[in-house]
Write a protein that binds this ligand. Structure first.
Ligand code: GRF
Length: 292
């Protein structure tokens, strides 16, 4: 399946282009209904474009048109990122904004979702990114198979896959196709409170019930199970005496947005160094002899 077919996957486009993107709208199949425009304005309200950012429309996205691949400030080729989302997509949005703002030496070239109506998918459409529905299911019959997804990711020349609130287990073939090149973010200090069933507020409820005094997000490489790949980065937040799961979730999510961007920035600048025992470290941007 080619990228053009992918771009038309999922529900109909429900938003108008961000005004900043209108110069690229020729040929795009976008609804200009006033209601949709309002939705898009809300969804895309925080988008900031780099002055020279090249952003294609959903209808015209393809491997050759999606983004430039020149070297960034680091002198390293800009990387091509696919982000997988099942929900609101706030981490996806922070990574996308960091890419547009120059903090991340890469470009999000596709959004993959099992929930074509989710907030993350809507944000992607509003910002002219191809949305790929995966996997195929009763509620998402337009979805693609693992082989088709692999072909799409290859066509788009994706360097790295970033899971950001994607709830399905990633099939082994996909994990194998992106060795040391697939990250996930989890809202607890792994290996605690991870694995099947630990997602969303369930994680924070379990942390509070355990009496743990600290929590925080973990960015880790993806293997074939839930939340067991090697840890790359973590942040710590306190668990307060009267915390509700929602309050703790908000404190952790704030840190997620920082730590995921920093980890992805390191990945895109080739600053991940693998220790002999298989643990990944991040080399400091400013001091090549310092690692975290
Ligand atoms: C985050 O808490 C992340 O750690 C977990 O799923 C949530 C996604 O949130 N994997 P969002 O969709 O990025 O807002």
């Amino acid at each position: 399946m080619g990228a053009a077919a992918v771009a038309s996957s999922g529900p109909g486009l429900r938003c108008a282009l961000n005004p900043a993107l209108n110069q690229h709208k020729k040929g795009a199949r976008l609804s200009l209904a006033a209601k949709s425009q309002q939705r898009c304005a809300v969804t895309c309200g925080r988008l900031l474009l780099r002055p020279n950012a090249r952003v294609c429309t959903a209808a015209s996205a393809s491997a050759s048109t999606v983004m430039d691949s020149g070297a960034g400030d680091s002198g390293v080729r800009r990387k091509r990122l696919a982000v997988f989302v099942s929900g609101g997509g706030s981490n996806f949005r922070s990574i996308h904004e960091a890419a547009l703002g120059g903090k991340v030496n890469g470009d999000v070239v596709a959004l993959v979702t099992d929930k074509p109506g989710c907030g993350g998918a809507e944000y992607a459409r509003c910002n002219g990114m191809p949305v790929v529905v995966f996997p195929k299911s009763k509620s998402a019959p337009e979805g693609v198979s693992t082989d088709e997804l692999l072909n799409v990711l290859r066509d788009l020349k994706v360097d790295f896959v970033l899971l950001a609130g994607y709830l399905k287990l990633i099939p082994g073939e996909l994990v194998k196709a992106f060795p040391r090149s697939m990250l996930n973010i989890h809202p607890s200090l792994l290996p605690a409170f991870g694995g099947k069933g630990y997602y969303g507020l369930k994680v924070h409820k379990a942390v509070i019930a355990s009496g743990a005094r600290y929590s925080g997000p973990t960015v880790h490489f993806v293997d074939e199970q839930f939340d067991t790949g090697k840890t790359l980065a973590q942040r710590v937040v306190p668990v307060l005496a009267n915390d509700t799961p929602e309050q703790l979730a908000a404190r952790v999510l704030h840190e997620e947005h920082q730590v995921y961007v920093e980890a992805v920035a390191a990945l895109c600048e080739d600053r991940i160094v693998w220790r002999d025992d298989g643990v990944p470290l991040i080399r400091s941007q400013t001091n090549p002899n310092a690692y975290t």
